[in-house]
Unconditional design. Structure first.
Length: 215
């Protein structure tokens, strides 16, 4: 796969996931191996990745995920309230499709990380940047590796509204932080992604100062 295409066209996969296609755990293992080559704070590699395949566990996580979604949106699904032919409507439809089908996704992957630096006063920004900067590069590597092997996923964080329940369900120690939840499945046969629409560089890049010229 062309590298620039891979980097610009690895998209969030929801409705494009094939929920009935078998998943090769050997493929997933290889994608995780690639993911773990990512940079992380002080190269501590204090990761623990949970690959949840058990249907009963996936069902319980899906229930918690749905509860968390309803908490965020005021207790009811919203997709039918938006025009289906708008970007907002399509995104909401895709999001709520995943909410309703999470239990059917073959694998749910939860990357966890154990903070390794002692806390000091006024270090909140540093702490968060170091922590999540040690999780998401590996998550992105994992997503890229999945794409090259015909799988898809998307980064979700709603389950963190029910983080303690998920922790107890999966036996995650209190010392580990859950970074996100990745629903993983094969992409539907024949599905390909186009490069994502993004704002032009000139709109989001400045030189030297916040209000300086672009590059």
């Amino acid at each position: 796969m062309d590298i620039e295409y891979l980097l610009t066209a690895t998209r969030s996969a929801r409705k494009s996931l094939d929920l009935d296609a078998p998943v090769d755990l050997g493929d997933i293992r290889e994608c995780l191996r690639v993911g773990l080559h990512a940079a992380n704070g002080s190269n501590q590699q204090s990761w623990r990745w949970l690959v949840v395949a058990d249907p009963a566990l996936r069902g319980k996580i899906a229930e918690l995920y749905r509860d968390a979604y309803l908490l965020r949106v005021g207790g009811q699904m919203l997709a039918d309230m938006l025009p289906a032919d708008t970007p907002e409507g399509r995104l909401m439809s895709s999001t709520e499709w995943l909410v309703e089908n999470m239990a059917r996704v073959p694998l749910l992957v939860i990357p966890c990380y154990q903070p390794y630096l002692p806390r000091i006063d006024c270090d909140e920004s540093f702490h968060r940047a170091t922590l999540y900067g040690s999780i998401f590069p590996a998550v992105w590597n994992f997503q890229l590796a999945l794409h090259t092997r015909g799988y898809g996923t998307c980064v979700t964080t709603l389950h963190l509204h029910r983080e303690d329940e998920v922790r107890q369900l999966l036996g995650i120690p209190q010392t580990f932080v859950q970074g996100c939840l990745l629903p993983v499945a094969r992409l539907r046969a024949g599905h390909t992604f186009r490069p994502a629409r993004r704002r032009p560089v000139d709109e989001v890049v400045a030189r030297d100062r916040w209000d300086g010229p672009t590059l």
